[in-house]
Design a protein around this ligand. Structure first.
Ligand SMILES: C[S@@+](CC[C@H](N)C(=O)[O-])C[C@H]1O[C@@H](n2cnc3c(N)ncnc32)[C@H](O)[C@@H]1O
Length: 183
């Protein structure tokens, strides 16, 4: 099973029709369609006009999608409410311009801002690719960041070096640790 099919299968039981969700890379609209079908409202971002058009066409029968043509690192300018679940499917637009790829300089700020906007108990699904130019740099940058987060699921279709990887992150309550200073 590829990572996108696996992500939908894993996330579906976590969603319901009261939830606010976000797709940080709407691309051809497959994840946005999944979120629009299983939640109350979806914010969907992409930098490319072609991706916005593709998603608009795919979602023509839905009235619960807010499409935003902008860098996902600016999500906090558009979203003023808490989120239940966020999807980030990185890389390039399939059947599109392979030179327009996600880069850690914006995808990591987008991830951190999305995490801030998540409700406690909320989820981020992160699909990382390794095969295209620039992918490894983004992958290694995320691997460092993910050390500080609670990854509840990790999936790879086949265990091979360049096979895409899916991470599901859960926002958990972290009590502040109080250190008592010695006199
Ligand atoms: C792998 S595709 C997403 C696939 C999509 N989720 C789907 O279901 O079809 C990655 C997308 O990220 C978009 N992208 C690249 N950099 C971006 C950025 N800084 N902000 C928003 N979208 C970006 C690309 O234009 C591309 O459409």
């Amino acid at each position: 099973m590829n990572i996108n099919t696996y992500a939908h299968k894993y996330l579906k039981p976590l969603l319901n029709q009261t939830m606010i969700t976000c797709d940080l890379t709407c691309g051809n609209g497959l994840d946005t369609l999944f979120l629009a079908s299983n939640s109350k409202k979806v914010y969907a971002f992409d930098l490319q006009e072609k991706a916005i058009e593709n998603t608009k066409r795919r979602l023509k029968d839905f009235d619960n999608v807010i499409l935003i043509k902008d860098d996902h690192a600016k999500l906090d300018l558009y979203i003023k409410e808490k989120l239940d679940l966020v999807m980030m499917n990185l890389g390039y637009l399939p059947n599109g311009d392979q030179k327009i790829i996600t880069k850690s300089s914006s995808s990591i700020p987008a991830f951190l801002k999305a995490y801030d906007l998540l409700k406690e108990g909320g989820y981020i699904s992160l699909a990382l690719y390794l095969g295209h130019d620039g992918a490894l740099k983004e992958y290694h940058a995320f691997k460092k960041v993910l050390k500080d987060f609670f990854v509840i699921e990790r999936y790879q279709n086949k265990r091979s070096l360049l096979e895409p990887q899916l991470f599901i992150i859960k926002k958990v309550y972290r009590p502040q640790t109080h250190c008592r200073q010695k006199a």
